[in-house]
Design a protein around this ligand. Structure first.
Ligand code: ARG
Length: 553
């Protein structure tokens, strides 16, 4: 709809002033109009006349032109233009929704684009943290949204399965663990984490342990048999855990090559960086220094020659560009605490010609905090994700036992998706599960309400507008869905979609409260088509967010 309005305004401006300018279209408060624009201000600057004058001229133009789109155009304040769309446009749109169903809202704005969305990326032999949960939820929604706007999306789980911590793990398993017992354990990852914690406790007292760990990681890098076997054990046990979590969250990936895969693809990068003078050796370590010390130096190799996280990222992106094509866009959904890392990385990739500035994005999410404070694997004060999900399910049982899992998971997801991802979250069960508020259960409940109305009525939806019908806010919201979805995709912000769904559900629930639907006689069929259209759009939106629209609750 926004596009159509833009085109109409463009036409008017061309006829009146023979000009083409860039302007914006917004949603005003509903009593002021359906859409508003700053066009008069833009033109007043270009033409050197007052914005009120321009605005009046445009209003007159539409007044005389017998517009097919606008019922009314008004000037507000010093030259804002408010547009009221003709009623039949809203009712016609219901037809589109009912006809397109699941496809309503999809677009082609990203057609031809290939986008890697990398998200989740937990670490082997460590807990799947709430940070990884945020990444999983936001990344998955983003991938869905980009896919719905025509992009070819590659969902990539960049598993942390390499690094010096595996030297520590190996030492700990050998010294204090028992492989057979770990294999038989009900919660093997917890056992591994306990060993990791023990390592750090012991290393405080015994300084030789760190050297030992370094040696074991070097052995692992050199493919030592024993080291590899213990590492593989960790990978297998953790992967099983992760799969359980992904299944519950309803998330899957197209590819999951871990950091270890890039072990033999790193040397060329170091060589090239040194040769081109991008990296230098300083006190034995290899680092990238940035112009004017824009960022602190990025370390690629430690002085003992072992590879670092950043180097693995460079190798990963070089490989991705080769595999998926130079034009592939790469998005990393990773916590904001790694923002500097990604700035350094993007800059280095530019210097090395791996990527340029417009094909790399870091979507940073803020910290998740519990009342208990920040967690640290090293110290062992860990919040286990399984337990959080279980708790969500248990608490959701108060609504309906049969769908407690869907409601619990949906609640956690929406709590994350309803705010700008960069915002921090303080975990609050009351907010997450509040049926009356901005929550997942509220949306699922609204979906169930629409289902139940449609089921209970003996009539079927028919798009025949009753006499004297006043267009409702629901109809006005429904027409916005495609443009909101586009905006979410362009800005890479799923919360735009979430906020819209809250507005939409609010409009529908208000409509439901003030209008009798079932048994309302002549208007019933039309009200049912509004209800059905609402059900479709809400389902489409929730599915994009990875939340199950419920039939019953
Ligand atoms: N495994 C890392 C962590 O848990 C996140 C990986 C993010 N992705 C990347 N390409 N560096 O901190």
């Amino acid at each position: 709809m926004k596009e159509i309005i833009k085109t109409e305004i463009d036409k008017a401006v061309k006829e009146l002033y023979r000009k083409e300018v860039v302007f914006s279209i917004e949603y005003p408060e509903s009593k002021f109009g359906d859409y508003s624009s700053n066009i008069a201000f833009v033109l007043s600057k270009v033409l050197g006349v007052t914005s009120t004058e321009v605005a009046k001229k445009i209003v007159d133009f539409f007044g005389q032109s017998n517009s097919k789109i606008f019922k009314k155009v008004e000037v507000a304040g010093p030259g804002f233009l408010n547009f009221f769309v003709k009623d039949e446009i809203f009712s016609k749109n219901l037809d589109s929704i009912l006809k397109l169903g699941k496809k309503y809202g999809q677009s082609k704005i990203n057609k031809g684009k290939k986008i890697i969305v990398e998200y989740s990326s937990p670490n082997i032999a460590k807990p799947f943290t709430v940070g990884h949960l945020r990444s999983t939820i936001i990344g998955d929604a983003l991938a869905n949204i980009l896919n719905a706007t025509g992009a070819k999306v590659i969902r990539d789980n960049h598993i942390g399965d390499w690094g010096t911590q595996f030297g520590k793990m190996i030492v700990a398993i050998k010294k204090w663990g028992n492989v057979n017992e770990i294999k038989k354990s009900k919660e093997p990852v917890k056992d591994l984490v306990a060993l990791y914690v023990k390592f750090h406790e012991e290393a405080e007292k015994d300084k030789t342990l760190d050297d030992e760990a370094r040696n074991w990681f070097t052995k692992l890098e050199k493919k030592d048999k024993e080291a590899t076997k213990l590492w593989k054990l960790c990978v297998e046990l953790s992967s099983k855990e992760f799969q359980k979590i992904y299944k519950r969250l309803g998330v899957s990936f197209d590819t999951a090559v871990g950091e270890s895969f890039f072990e033999d693809k790193m040397k060329v990068i170091v060589d090239e960086a040194l040769e081109k003078g991008i990296a230098k050796v300083s006190e034995g370590a290899t680092l990238v220094f940035f112009e004017n010390d824009k960022y602190s130096p990025l370390m690629l190799l430690k002085s003992d020659g072992s590879s670092l996280y950043a180097l693995r990222d460079l190798a990963t992106d070089k490989w991705r560009k080769k595999k998926y094509g130079k034009d592939v866009v790469i998005i990393n959904e990773v916590g904001a605490e790694q923002s500097l890392h990604f700035k350094q990385l993007f800059e280095t990739e530019k210097l090395l010609g791996i990527s340029n500035s417009n094909d790399r994005f870091h979507i940073a999410h803020g910290l998740y905090s519990f009342k208990e404070g920040k967690m640290s694997t090293r110290k062992g004060n860990v919040i286990w994700l399984e337990e959080v999900l279980e708790e969500a399910k248990k608490r959701a049982e108060v609504f309906n036992k049969d769908v407690a899992e869907e409601v619990g998971i949906g609640a956690i997801k929406f709590n994350d998706l309803k705010r700008d991802s960069t915002k921090e979250i303080v975990f609050d069960w009351d907010e997450i599960l509040n049926l009356g508020g901005d929550s997942g259960p509220y949306l699922q409940y609204s979906s169930a309400r629409a289902f139940s109305i449609l089921k209970k009525s003996s009539k079927s939806p028919k798009n025949i507008v009753p006499k004297d019908w006043q267009v409702t806010d629901v109809e006005k919201q429904l027409i916005r869905f495609p443009e909101i979805l586009e905006r979410s995709a362009i800005e890479l912000k799923p919360h735009q979609l979430s906020l819209y769904l809250l507005d939409l559900a609010g409009a529908f629930n208000n409509f439901y409260t003030h209008n009798k639907i079932i048994g309302s006689g002549e208007g019933e069929a039309y009200k049912l088509s509004i209800t059905e259209a609402f059900r479709i759009v809400l389902s489409n939106g929730l599915n994009l967010l990875g939340i199950k629209p419920l039939k019953k609750m």
